[in-house]
Design a protein around this ligand. Sequence first.
Ligand code: ZN
Ligand code: ZN
Length: 222
Amino acid sequence: EDDIDEEIYQEEVFTKPSVTVQTIDLEQSIFDKLRYIGQYRKTYLLFDGGDDLYLIDQHAAMERIMYERISNSFIDNNEGCYDLLIPLTIEFSLKEKLLIMENKDKLSSLGITIDEFGNNVIIVRSIPLWIPNGNELEFIHDIIQHLIINEPINKSIMYDSLAKKLSCKQSIKAQMHIREDEVKTLLQDLDKCEMPYTCPHGRPTMIKFTKYEIEKLFKRVI
Ligand code: ZN
Ligand code: ZN
């Protein structure tokens, strides 16, 4: 798995919690009742959910949001694109450049308009809206590499793995501060997701401790 943050997660020592940690089942939406308490270890967001205590993994949650956004833009490019004020230029080998130009239509269906320039340079004139400012070159390069140069065998698998990779790259990492207004947006966006409770790699985005489990830990109940 080419996933930096996931790797950090794997390295962490896993100690079995003394109570059962519940992942969220697909019950009715719980987002409305969550009240933000704060950030723990710059990685997890804590919420008071009335009776239960909720923890959100900020990276996993944002990754889910970005993954769905990117996947949807791959499926139908209604998301739109925009013209760059200053077109990007990317250098490839002559062989790669020819291959890219042969697949010009594939890129334009994603909202990426290109032209050739000289022997081995591609000019990128427009890009999809979801690509974050400041990361245009990196993302376009990744897309071209992934969809054209690596010669996809199965289109839908390639698009999916690209969406996973880009969503991971684009999401807030663990060990980063997040502002309260960003938490609010994150929660609203997660609520709108089709599958809000797991990241695209299958990790939970959210876990909860019930009131009973917490009381049990403090031996208030048996
Ligand atoms: Zn990730
Ligand atoms: Zn993930």
